[in-house]
Design a protein around this ligand. Structure first.
Ligand code: XIL
Length: 364
């Protein structure tokens, strides 16, 4: 088994070689928490591996990745050095896998799994049912045919990745942003509110070992939306639906991030239902933070430190995943405008945010 902590091969080489190689550091002991932090701007390939600190606090530390970038040595190098949990940014979504009906293409998802396995990482599948990744051919189907496609999708994708992923985001963003009840998606229109429970049951049948999560945004702290998420999952548990946890996306703006006390209280009430919780897609926007760049980066560091610290302190929080890891590749730029929301800069050097995460994982 490759000791990924030490060195990493771009996917092309992994697929070609899958050979074990003596680690670069030769069994280097994890760095102790008192080691002074090297100066900002340190290359990600020299910085202390986040995955060591995560292991010390019993958590997984993850990143969303793009399969097309895994052959980039710097991308693969920093990814493998620091992270032990991978999520496909879009390669395991319905519209990416089944562009035309009954023709699943798993190549990109398989490449991400192979990279993860070659680097000693766990994988989370994302996302089986999401209104934001519906294949073009699906909405036009009559209800009965729609249900057949829905069931076939969850079954075929769940079975394909069975034993190679440890968790799935089964249903993503089903709660309405404002106003009661569920988001009015094509799934609800065609299958009724029952589609959520059905999706979890089908996912459990397809992969009995995988942890099954409900994933959403805007419900990270205590709020009207997180109350609706809470009552949804509480109801599913009460019905005996096989749900194991809730993912809090945590796409936050540094100027309005929920307080760590608020997030902690929300995680605690979900944990009290017997659920796991995780931070599933964290990034921190700073373009609206007034002041100089160093000021913005320091504010960002403290937001990462306090929020990751909440997960580190919550026994039922199993993982922290960032939605990307280098500012070179972030969906935020297209979605909210150019920003630097992640923990490594565009040259893969560590940012102050990296130290916020490192310290939080070391619980300091
Ligand atoms: C986003 C990806 O980052 C983009 O590249 C893609 O174009 C759209 O989806 N919530 C989710 C993620 O659950 O799957 C989304 O990812 C971001 C918001």
């Amino acid at each position: 088994m490759l000791d990924a902590k030490c060195w990493v091969m771009p996917i092309g080489l992994v697929m070609a070689m899958l050979v074990t190689q003596a680690g670069c550091g030769g069994g280097k002991a994890p760095v102790s928490p008192t080691t002074p932090a090297p100066p900002p701007g340190t290359s990600g390939m020299q910085a202390e591996p986040l995955r060591d600190a995560a292991r010390a606090s019993g958590k997984l530390v993850g990143a969303a990745v793009q399969s097309s970038l895994l052959s980039d040595g710097r991308y693969a190098g920093v990814l493998g050095r620091h992270f032990n949990y991978l999520t496909a940014e879009f390669e395991m979504k319905w519209d990416a896998i089944e562009r035309t009906r009954d023709s699943n293409n798993f190549a990109a998802g398989d490449a991400i799994v192979a990279f993860g396995q070659a680097n000693g990482m766990q994988i989370k599948g994302h996302a089986l049912i999401w209104h934001g990744s519906v294949p073009a051919w699906l909405p036009a189907l009559p209800a009965a045919d729609f249900r057949a496609a829905f069931e076939a999708h969850i079954r075929s994708v769940g079975e394909h990745f069975r034993g190679r992923v440890i968790a799935w985001d089964v249903v993503n963003e089903a709660i309405a942003d404002d106003g009661p009840g569920l988001r009015d998606t094509v799934f609800r229109q065609k299958l009724g509110d029952q589609y959520i429970a059905d999706a979890f049951r089908l996912a459990r049948q397809a992969d009995p070992q995988a942890l099954l999560f409900y994933n959403d945004y805007g419900g990270e702290g205590l709020s009207a939306k997180s109350d609706r998420i809470f009552s949804l999952v509480q109801g599913l548990r009460a019905q005996g639906v096989p749900i194991d946890g809730v993912g809090l996306q945590m796409h936050v703006n540094a100027t309005s991030a929920p307080s760590d006390a608020n997030i902690a209280a929300n995680m605690r009430r979900l944990a009290a239902l017997g659920l796991f919780v995780n931070i599933s897609e964290m990034d921190v926007r700073i373009r609206d933070v007034p002041g100089t760049t160093p000021t913005r980066l320091d504010v960002q560091k403290s937001v990462y430190h306090s929020i990751v610290g909440v997960c580190a302190a919550e026994p039922r929080c199993d993982a922290v995943t960032f939605w990307g890891f280098t500012d070179a590749y972030s969906w935020i730029d297209a979605q909210y405008g150019a920003d630097d929301p992640l923990i490594f800069d565009e040259q893969y050097a560590v940012k102050p945010a990296y130290y916020g995460v490192l310290d939080a994982l070391w619980r300091r």
